[in-house]
Design a protein around this ligand. Structure first.
Ligand code: C2E
Ligand code: MG
Ligand code: MG
Length: 735
């Protein structure tokens, strides 16, 4: 370190022996001694070295000692060097006086007393070292003040700016000349003149407050340090965000004599912080808040509701058949759609509501202070309307809809998790109600949802546990008066609990995808059964139908498995029929139709199940390879009761005849229904009138004998036709 270097002492004397004596005396000190043999030589040395002390002989030929002192001290740079005069003559007081006048600080007389000289020199060296240390730290402080990235202002108790470092001037846009007044004027201007394009007063409020009353108010109540941040504006109009601290400065006696204001431009840090915050809380694609932010806000909203007795509702929504749009048009269009819907939702909601993207096509909304269900319903309806407006994305016309589940928060009976679950359950309900609608959560939905969950859980083990079986319901030809086919119907007897109807578990399995596994199982079971039946004597090309869910026909997978099963069990494709239910809810109609065509091309028969209940019955017939129509049991049930339904049956029959499509009536229970259907030339009959679904063994028995199994029913039918009276109870034959 600089401070630890040895001090230099200069000995000036024209007599070498004198110089050496002095050097010898001072040799115990840890110093570097330099000698000069004349005044001129001394000046040379002073110019080239730094001296802590100079010992100067008064009497020298040429330039006198005091003249040398005078010259040295006349230079500002060397004024501080202590010079001790060395004199051999006590009485030469005039020379000594001249030396003092020139700046000498002390003197010693020859012969020099060893102790006195070393003490004096040691003291001056110590003083010099202190001075140097002080000078160094002042220099360092100055460097610090000039280079720090913080602006620093000093202020006295009168509120006058006493100090400003370059950074402070730069940040405030002020040049260094007369800075104090300029800063004061600047603040004064903003304080008085809050006009202009920007509200200066607003921008520089903290600065003004700090440098005026606030600090004094704070010190008055004993607070001598303030920290804060705010938006400031420089004199040149540059705005920046400042973090500042304001601390009182004290005199040695502890009395406050002013303060130092340190401030820093943290605009960039603020921006980075804001960006990070944005990244953590906002969805990159749609620029609305994300799941994390949603949970955070919901937590806070719940606390607020508990405290203030206001209302809170949550909406969960997703886009109907979004996967289809993504698959059909590509992810870019999918992304554009999500952005478009986010914008629409943001436009509909109020400022203090929150809309978040929870992931994929799922959105959630927090509605604050909406008093009644009616108000919430209005918002939901607005969303439905807005989302279903036709769109054009990258020149592709798209129509979508959304389903919405809504739940109100009840502080006494729910936590956040319950609330979200309730909204989600309501969404599920909206989906199963045919989509493009909204539903409020109701308790029974919860029960239903729990039941569904239980069924899903049990179903996942059903195949492994051998809980499934298949029954077969005969299909009877009216013209041949015998069984010409049958329909395979799945049955489930869970290990725990009662039998569960396919009407319950098939829709659940369709929703969650378990239908694929179930369908595979049925396909194999049925094909295996056909391979046995085709060996029986009265098989005669009987066709066995199996129900296939639309979900199974979304890819080529089912067809591949069907071909494999047909080959594995060595059966003819003509013996197999698949029943597909007309539905409006399949995602990709094109794949579905093309799959049916390929399956049909194999020789497998295709029938439309529950015909007449869907939305596009006739459309189906035009677009798809249909062999058979199954008139839905709901129409059959109304025969003799509802003329309109009878008319529908007649129309279906007329159309199918022109298209050469076979017709079968399902759910036929009474002879009266049978008479109507025969009169209108229905080909085949399925229903309890002839037979309930029965075990495979019962079908095997029938295929093993020539017996007319349905004689009783046909006799009753003929009798009823002959007497043409209302059906008698004994004619309702249920096997
Ligand atoms: P579906 O394909 O329309 O089958 C006809 C349903 O009506 C069967 O109910 C059958 O037992 C019932 N049924 C037949 N005749 C009568 C009658 O005269 N009166 C009454 N009241 N009902 C009659 P099931 O077996 O409960 O099946 C219900 C639905 O479950 C089926 O309707 C079908 O859509 C579905 N399903 C059954 N098995 C399977 C399967 O293996 N795969 C698929 N994907 N769906 C299946
Ligand atoms: Mg069916
Ligand atoms: Mg049916």
């Amino acid at each position: 370190m600089e401070n630890l270097r040895k001090s230099n002492v200069l000995i000036v004397d024209d007599v070498a022996s004198q110089r050496n004596i002095l050097q010898h005396i001072l040799s115990p000190l840890d110093i570097t001694i330099i000698q000069a043999f004349s005044g001129k030589n001394a000046l040379d040395k002073v110019l080239n070295h730094e001296f802590a002390v100079i010992l100067m002989d008064i009497e020298m030929p040429g330039m006198k000692g005091y003249e040398v002192v005078n010259l040295i001290h006349s230079n500002q740079r060397f004024k501080h060097i202590p010079i001790i005069m060395v004199t051999s003559n006590h009485n030469n007081s005039e020379a000594l006086n001249k030396s003092y006048e020139a700046g000498a600080v002390d003197f010693v007389t020859k012969p020099v007393n060893k102790t006195i000289l070393t003490n004096k020199v040691a003291q001056f060296i110590a003083m010099e070292e202190h001075r140097r240390i002080a000078e160094d730290s002042t220099a360092r402080l100055n460097i610090l003040l000039n280079t720090v990235s913080e602006g620093i202002l000093g202020i006295d108790l009168d509120g006058k700016i006493t100090f400003a470092n370059p950074k402070a001037l730069e940040l405030l846009g002020i040049d260094s000349e007369n800075f104090s007044n300029k800063i004061q004027d600047f603040l004064e201007l903003h304080n008085q003149n809050p006009t202009g394009s920007l509200d200066y007063r607003d921008y520089n409020r903290e600065l003004i407050d700090l440098l005026s009353s606030n600090f004094y108010n704070a010190t008055r109540i004993g607070k001598t340090s303030l920290k804060g941040s705010g938006n400031w504006q420089s004199m040149t109009g540059n705005t920046f965000h400042a973090d500042y601290s304001f601390d009182a400065t004290r005199q040695l006696n502890g009395e406050i004599d002013g303060a130092v204001l340190t401030f820093k431009d943290t605009t960039q840090e603020k921006e980075t912080e804001a960006k990070l915050l944005h990244l953590a809380n906002f969805d990159y694609l749609t620029n609305i808040s994300n799941r994390a932010y949603f949970y955070d806000t919901l937590k806070k909203s719940i606390i607020r509701v508990k405290r203030s007795n206001t209302t809170l509702a949550v909406m969960c929504l997703d886009i109907d058949h979004f996967k289809f749009i993504n698959d059909q048009y590509g992810h870019d269009i999918g992304d554009l759609l999500l952005q478009n819907i986010s914008q629409k939702l943001t436009g509909i909601l109020r400022e203090n509501d929150l809309i978040s993207r929870m992931g994929g096509d799922e959105f959630a909304i927090i509605l604050q202070d909406i008093p009644t269900k009616i108000n919430v319903a209005k918002v939901a309806q607005k969303i439905l309307n807005s989302v279903s407006e036709p769109l054009e994305l990258n020149s592709i016309k798209i129509e979508v809809s959304t389903s919405i589940g809504i739940a109100f928060y009840y502080p006494d009976s729910m936590n956040m998790h319950d609330l979200l679950k309730a909204a989600d359950t309501a969404l599920y309900e909206a989906k199963s109600e045919g989509r493009n609608n909204f539903q409020f959560f109701a308790k029974q939905m919860q029960d239903k949802a729990e039941k569904i969950q239980r069924v899903q859980m049990l179903l996942s083990k059903a195949i492994l546990n051998n809980e499934l079986t298949v029954l077969y319901q005969p299909k009877i030809s009216l013209s041949q008066e015998k069984m010409v086919g049958c329909e395979a119907l799945i049955r489930w007897f869970p290990e725990e609990g009662n039998q569960i109807s396919p009407d319950v578990f098939i829709p659940i399995a369709e929703q969650n995808g378990q239908i694929i596994e179930l369908g595979d199982w049925v396909l194999n079971k049925v094909c295996q059964q056909i391979s046995y039946w085709q060996t029986l004597p009265y098989f005669k090309g009987m066709v066995t139908a199996l129900n296939v869910s639309v979900r199974q026909l979304g890819t080529s997978e089912f067809r591949v498995k069907l071909v494999k099963a047909i080959n594995t069990y060595g059966i003819k494709p003509e013996y197999v029929e698949i029943e597909v239910t007309e539905t409006a809810t399949f995602d990709d109609q094109n794949v579905f139709i093309s799959e049916l065509e390929k399956i049909h091309a194999l020789g497998v028969k295709i029938s439309i199940d529950d015909f007449g209940t869907g939305h596009s019955s006739l459309d189906y017939l035009r677009k798809m390879p249909v062999d058979i129509i199954k008139i839905d049991s709901s129409f059959i049930k109304d025969i003799g009761k509802d003329e309109q339904d009878e008319e529908i049956i007649r129309t279906i029959l007329a159309i199918s005849k022109t298209m050469s499509i076979q017709v079968i009536a399902e759910g036929v229970e009474t002879v009266e229904q049978l008479i109507f259907l025969e009169k209108n030339q229905v080909d085949n009959i399925q229903g309890y009138y002839f037979s309930k679904p029965i075990q495979a063994q019962a079908i095997s028995d029938a295929l093993n004998s020539n017996k007319n199994h349905y004689k009783e029913q046909f006799d009753c039918f003929e009798k009823r036709k002959a007497i043409d009276v209302k059906p008698l109870p004994y004619c309702v034959v249920v096997k």
